[in-house]
Design a protein around this ligand. Structure first.
Ligand SMILES: [Fe+2]
Length: 136
Protein backbone atom coordinates (compact mmCIF):
# COMPACT_ATOMS: atom_id res chain seq x y z
CA UNK A 1 0.00 0.00 0.00
CA UNK A 2 1.18 3.51 -0.76
CA UNK A 3 1.78 5.74 2.22
CA UNK A 4 3.84 8.63 3.46
CA UNK A 5 5.40 8.13 6.85
CA UNK A 6 5.37 11.52 8.52
CA UNK A 7 8.33 12.40 10.69
CA UNK A 8 10.18 15.50 11.84
CA UNK A 9 12.43 15.53 8.81
CA UNK A 10 9.48 17.07 6.93
CA UNK A 11 9.18 19.94 9.39
CA UNK A 12 10.51 23.39 8.66
CA UNK A 13 10.02 24.69 12.20
CA UNK A 14 7.04 26.89 11.37
CA UNK A 15 4.25 25.28 13.44
CA UNK A 16 1.42 26.59 11.27
CA UNK A 17 2.90 25.11 8.08
CA UNK A 18 4.12 21.92 9.75
CA UNK A 19 0.67 21.21 11.19
CA UNK A 20 -1.04 21.88 7.87
CA UNK A 21 1.42 19.71 5.97
CA UNK A 22 1.01 16.91 8.50
CA UNK A 23 -2.78 17.09 8.10
CA UNK A 24 -2.39 17.07 4.31
CA UNK A 25 -0.22 13.93 4.52
CA UNK A 26 -2.80 12.27 6.79
CA UNK A 27 -5.48 12.97 4.21
CA UNK A 28 -3.32 11.48 1.46
CA UNK A 29 -2.71 8.37 3.55
CA UNK A 30 -6.47 7.99 4.00
CA UNK A 31 -6.84 8.24 0.22
CA UNK A 32 -4.21 5.53 -0.33
CA UNK A 33 -5.89 3.32 2.27
CA UNK A 34 -9.30 3.88 0.69
CA UNK A 35 -7.89 3.06 -2.72
CA UNK A 36 -6.74 -0.36 -1.52
CA UNK A 37 -10.13 -1.33 -0.14
CA UNK A 38 -12.47 0.26 -2.69
CA UNK A 39 -12.00 -0.72 -6.32
CA UNK A 40 -14.97 1.38 -7.51
CA UNK A 41 -13.30 3.99 -9.73
CA UNK A 42 -16.33 6.31 -9.59
CA UNK A 43 -15.95 6.58 -5.82
CA UNK A 44 -12.20 6.95 -6.17
CA UNK A 45 -12.76 9.78 -8.61
CA UNK A 46 -14.78 11.53 -5.90
CA UNK A 47 -11.96 10.94 -3.40
CA UNK A 48 -9.42 12.48 -5.76
CA UNK A 49 -11.68 15.50 -6.17
CA UNK A 50 -11.93 15.80 -2.38
CA UNK A 51 -8.14 15.76 -2.16
CA UNK A 52 -8.03 18.47 -4.83
CA UNK A 53 -10.49 20.62 -2.87
CA UNK A 54 -8.53 20.11 0.35
CA UNK A 55 -5.18 20.79 -1.36
CA UNK A 56 -6.53 23.98 -2.96
CA UNK A 57 -7.46 25.38 0.46
CA UNK A 58 -4.24 24.12 2.06
CA UNK A 59 -2.15 25.80 -0.65
CA UNK A 60 -4.17 29.00 -0.41
CA UNK A 61 -3.36 29.27 3.30
CA UNK A 62 0.29 28.46 2.73
CA UNK A 63 0.52 31.10 0.00
CA UNK A 64 -1.09 33.71 2.26
CA UNK A 65 1.53 32.92 4.88
CA UNK A 66 4.34 33.18 2.34
CA UNK A 67 2.96 36.42 0.98
CA UNK A 68 3.10 37.87 4.46
CA UNK A 69 6.40 36.50 5.77
CA UNK A 70 8.42 35.08 2.85
CA UNK A 71 7.32 37.02 -0.25
CA UNK A 72 10.43 35.99 -2.20
CA UNK A 73 9.26 32.37 -1.98
CA UNK A 74 5.71 32.98 -3.13
CA UNK A 75 6.05 32.81 -6.93
CA UNK A 76 7.83 29.44 -7.01
CA UNK A 77 5.44 27.88 -4.52
CA UNK A 78 2.40 29.23 -6.26
CA UNK A 79 3.51 27.80 -9.58
CA UNK A 80 4.31 24.39 -8.04
CA UNK A 81 0.96 24.29 -6.25
CA UNK A 82 -0.84 25.31 -9.41
CA UNK A 83 0.87 22.65 -11.52
CA UNK A 84 -0.02 19.99 -8.96
CA UNK A 85 -3.67 21.04 -8.89
CA UNK A 86 -3.84 21.11 -12.68
CA UNK A 87 -2.34 17.62 -12.94
CA UNK A 88 -4.57 16.26 -10.20
CA UNK A 89 -7.67 17.65 -11.88
CA UNK A 90 -6.61 16.44 -15.33
CA UNK A 91 -5.54 12.92 -14.33
CA UNK A 92 -8.43 12.30 -11.95
CA UNK A 93 -10.71 12.55 -14.99
CA UNK A 94 -8.99 9.50 -16.50
CA UNK A 95 -9.53 7.35 -13.42
CA UNK A 96 -13.07 6.27 -14.28
CA UNK A 97 -12.33 5.41 -17.91
CA UNK A 98 -8.85 3.94 -17.48
CA UNK A 99 -9.41 1.96 -14.27
CA UNK A 100 -7.03 0.70 -11.58
CA UNK A 101 -3.78 1.43 -13.43
CA UNK A 102 -4.75 5.09 -13.74
CA UNK A 103 -5.67 5.15 -10.05
CA UNK A 104 -2.30 3.74 -9.10
CA UNK A 105 -0.41 6.09 -11.43
CA UNK A 106 -2.20 9.11 -10.04
CA UNK A 107 -1.67 8.05 -6.42
CA UNK A 108 2.04 7.48 -7.08
CA UNK A 109 2.24 10.96 -8.61
CA UNK A 110 0.48 12.48 -5.58
CA UNK A 111 2.74 10.66 -3.12
CA UNK A 112 5.95 11.55 -4.97
CA UNK A 113 4.93 15.17 -5.42
CA UNK A 114 4.00 15.57 -1.74
CA UNK A 115 7.22 13.94 -0.48
CA UNK A 116 9.41 16.16 -2.67
CA UNK A 117 7.41 19.35 -2.25
CA UNK A 118 7.00 19.14 1.51
CA UNK A 119 10.39 17.55 2.16
CA UNK A 120 12.40 19.96 0.08
CA UNK A 121 10.51 23.01 -1.10
CA UNK A 122 8.39 23.70 1.99
CA UNK A 123 11.25 22.70 4.23
CA UNK A 124 13.60 25.20 2.63
CA UNK A 125 11.32 28.14 3.44
CA UNK A 126 13.10 28.86 6.70
CA UNK A 127 16.49 28.93 5.01
CA UNK A 128 15.30 32.06 3.21
CA UNK A 129 15.08 34.20 6.33
CA UNK A 130 16.83 37.44 5.70
CA UNK A 131 19.27 38.08 8.53
CA UNK A 132 19.74 41.80 8.93
CA UNK A 133 23.31 42.98 8.61
CA UNK A 134 24.44 44.34 11.97
CA UNK A 135 25.38 47.99 11.97
CA UNK A 136 28.21 49.12 14.16
FE1 LIG B 1 4.21 24.56 -0.70
Amino acid sequence: MLSIKWDDTYCNGIPLLDTQNKNFVEMLNLLFEYQDTNPDTSLLYQKFREVETYAREHFRREELFLEQFYPDELADHRSQHSLFLDNLKCFSCTVVSDGPDAVNDLSCYIRDWAVIHIGFMDKSITSCIKIPTPTI
